[in-house]
Design a protein around this ligand. Sequence first.
Ligand SMILES: [Zn+2]
Length: 81
Amino acid sequence: MFLIFGTDLSEKVTNVVSFLCTFCGADARQEVITSSTRFTVFFIPLFSFGTRYRNQCTNCGAEVALTAAQARHSLQWSASH
Ligand SMILES: [Zn+2]
């Protein structure tokens, strides 16, 4: 018997907010992207680890790393506006 195991990277846009980008100065959509590494067995993801968050400007593509608390705050902020 043999096992095929490995990892893959999962990325998804978890929130979209709009504000002035500090890099390009445009009032553009900013995507909060959650990325995590998934452990797989026979190409089936079992669990995630190494979750990271970042903000990406849709106008210029500039990225800023976010903490988990900042990513949660963006969800709370967009829910209240
Ligand atoms: Zn920008």
